[in-house]
Design a protein around this ligand. Structure first.
Ligand code: AMP
Length: 421
């Protein structure tokens, strides 16, 4: 009896050939840009001790409260599949004392993240992020550089329908005053808040600002703007960010509702939003987290970073500028085993010389093989059978103009390399 086939996990997905070309294109474009600006790749594990995320992302966040894939392993350690990359990069920066020689480090990393959210379009349980982080720079230029890099990357990928939203979340000096003002409003609005926000109201009132529930949104319409509460240092910092973005010609909007989901942000927070994705409008987000390295047991070193939603970005790029799949330059249609054995050796030699080549390994008629070559979009077809081997000449057919010519089997690989390169 045949077994039922096994399906992938809900909220997870396969990225298939046809899509992977586009993912590689995005990845290469991002890596080229990062490397030009002095960022170095870091690869961190996909699993960490649960404590790392609980301490860095914050106990009162959606991620830690209800979205982490956490389990006890056979050695009874409590482990979590990473829901984001920043915490791990900080852990690594501290663990390897990367600050000792020069605290200023720029990293990028690309890989899967895991959050058990409600799956929907643009929201997956395993999704991918492209991250960049700068450690050791307190100056607002780091903030501007990251937003500028996002803008440049999206331009290079021809993603135009985007806006940078920026805000400042203040610092431990000025945020308490804002929280106080906000809390007053929240107390008054309590009857209209959702159950999550009722809880957040006392523990993490800022989070109510970005709640998407209509009742909470409405209640937040009259919320004070954190910008009005910034201390002098935070104010100067934010003014330099907006000023320099203007000088660089990066379009942005100051968005006082923007707070971002994680606890560790200080000062600049930003998000790239797009109209191209429907409900899931955030394609990238980030911000400054000056206290995080210190709170994870490292020295007090400022840092800032962003994460791009790779899945969402790829959806936009696929719709606007799909990447063509590279068809084989040559298809070898061999007839009979002796010809196939020769053709196979030619194909391997052509492959290592960088010629895109395909062939049929089984016994199939010439007609079937020509169809196959056509389907794969091959530029040329080399036809070789018993009689061609005897005559010492194969036939090379140009699939575009249907012209054919003979080509000597002696030295055929070199000849084909010359013709096809
Ligand atoms: P965050 O780490 O929450 O700031 O997210 C950064 C970016 O990752 C977002 O702007 C999204 O583009 C993307 N992202 C976050 N969660 C998901 C998800 N569940 N599925 C797909 N993309 C996501």
């Amino acid at each position: 009896m045949s077994q039922p086939s096994i399906q992938l996990i809900r909220g997870f997905k396969d990225i298939l050939p046809g899509e992977t070309e586009l993912w590689q294109h995005i990845e290469r474009t991002a890596i080229d840009l990062f490397e030009d600006f002095g960022y170095r790749e870091i690869r961190i594990p996909i699993m960490e001790k649960t404590d790392l995320f609980a301490r860095s992302i914050g106990e009162d966040t959606d991620i830690v409260e209800k979205e982490m894939y956490t389990f006890t392993d056979r050695g009874k350690d409590l482990l979590t599949l990473r829901p984001e990359a920043t915490a791990s990069i900080c852990r690594s920066y501290i663990q390897h004392k990367m600050y000792a020689q020069d605290p200023v480090r720029k990293f990028y990393t690309i890989g899967p993240m895991f959050r058990r959210e409600r799956p929907q379009k643009g929201r997956y349980r395993q999704f991918y992020q492209i991250d960049a982080e700068i450690f050791g720079v307190a100056a607002p230029y780091a903030d501007v550089e990251l937003i500028f890099l996002l803008r440049t990357l999206f331009d290079r990928l021809a993603v135009t329908d985007t806006t940078a939203h920026v805000n400042s979340l203040g610092c431990p000096v000025c945020r308490p005053r804002f929280k106080e003002a906000l809390s007053k409003l929240l107390d008054a609005a309590a009857p209209t808040l959702c159950s999550d926000c009722l809880r957040r109201k006392d523990r993490n009132p800022l989070r109510v600002l970005d709640c998407k529930v209509p009742g909470c949104r409405e209640a937040m319409q009259g919320a004070p703007s954190i910008i009005d509460y910034l201390c002098d240092d935070c104010h100067t910092h934010f003014a330099t960010v907006t000023d320099m973005l203007t000088k660089l010609g990066v379009p942005f909007e100051v968005d006082k509702q923007l707070v971002r989901g994680l606890d560790y942000y200080t000062r600049t927070a930003f998000e790239i939003q797009t109209g191209a994705l429907g409900a899931q409008s955030a394609v990238a987000g980030g911000g400054r987290y000056d206290g995080l390295v210190g709170s994870l047991g490292g020295p007090e070193i400022p840092a800032i970073g962003f994460a791009i939603g790779f899945d969402r970005l790829s959806e936009i790029v696929a719709a606007t500028s799909p990447v063509a799949v590279r068809p084989p330059q040559l298809f070898i249609a061999a007839l009979g085993e002796p010809a196939r054995a020769k053709a196979f050796q030619w194909a391997t030699a052509l492959g290592i010389a960088g010629v895109g080549v395909a062939m049929e390994y089984g016994e199939k008629s010439l007609k079937a093989q020509m169809k196959q070559a056509n389907r794969q979009g091959a530029g040329q077809v080399l036809i070789v059978g018993e009689s061609e081997l005897q005559a010492g000449k194969a036939v090379l057919r140009n699939m575009a103009d249907k012209s054919q010519r003979e080509i000597p089997i002696e030295g055929i690989v070199e000849k084909l390399i010359q013709t096809l390169h």
